[in-house]
Ligand binder design. Sequence first.
Ligand code: AMP
Length: 401
Amino acid sequence: MKVLVVNCGSSSIKYQLINMEDELVLAKGLVERIGLDGSVLKHSPIGQDKTVLEAKIENHAQGIKMVLDALVDSNHGVIKNLNEISAVGHRVAHGGENFTDSVLITPDVMSGIEECVEMAPLHNPPNILGIEACAKLVPSVPQVAVFDTAFHQTMPKMAFLYGLPYEVYEKYGLRRYGFHGTSHKYVAQQAADMLDEHMTNLRIITCHLGNGASIAAIKFGKSIDTSMGFTPLEGLVMGTRSGAIDPAIIPYLMKKESMTPEQIDEYLNKKSGVLGISGISSDFRDIEQAAADGNERAELALEIFTYKVKTYIGSYVAAMGGVDAIVFTAGLGENSSLVRDKVCNGLEYLGTRIDSDKNSVRGEAKEISVDGAKVKIFVIPTNEELVIARDTDLICRPLFH
Ligand code: AMP
């Protein structure tokens, strides 16, 4: 069984074709600049060089068509016929309270995803376009939706409700949903496997530190709290996002700087975080370099970022009544030994410490705590595509028998 994994952004489509028997990625690629000048498909078939196909790609349907054509192309294709694709798995950003797990897409499911557009106006619409395009182009192939929010639906009310009148939760669904669910779920499971233990016996804190960053408290296999909230703006200081701030700052700034709601939204999402603090970049490689060169604001940005991660870890230890493993993942978590070191410096009271030799690891699954540490620290590369493919496989396999 071969599963096509599709992740549609506002102007991009990421995809992977995965053979589920051995979980081998047969091809992967990226459509970029949909609807803009210079649109392009970058297609990497297994064992071959990347092919770059420039074309006018006006919408997601055209982008998906190009991907399907590339997969069966006589030169750079990896399958002979589209019939070889057994199912398509879509990443969907927001499932609200409608979806607690991945689901086979039906007209009812589409209505449920559409209901969540208001809460994820930038993300759910392109996800819907991708699903509609696949339904048109390969109508007999079942499709599955895998939600960023679903894994966190196990949070109890005390963790997901804000200190707002209860009516706004009932009226508008204003609550914490959390994101990066597939990533948190995947790396927690990997950590449990590396410990040769069941997730149901472990308390794990997963730190997904990328351009967007979130932390989750996973107690006995279930997410019981996470740092992102109603939107992916809450929680940690991120590349360009402010993370949690005093909400009173928002009307204050709007008045002082004569900002509209759209402008303050853009300010908090695109101009804040590490970029705003440092005035240099949202990319941690630039920040680390500038800090090493003595730039004080870059140093400050690093200190603030890592301090926030540390304080979330502390609060989740309290929430779970202890911790057995801490996992670092995503661009920064997988690659930056400096960030991991700064975050863990001071956690000795928990019974753990980073082994500085082991901490030089990059992009590979490894335990990095000192030998005999009570709490294990791991670096585990995330693989959201594989989780989407596995869920899709699990849901669709019974349809073929
Ligand atoms: P992601 O959103 O998961 O792709 O992660 C992107 C972030 O990871 C960016 O801020 C990158 O600067 C950061 N990153 C990637 N590689 C490294 C590295 N070798 N050292 C420090 N940061 C890195």
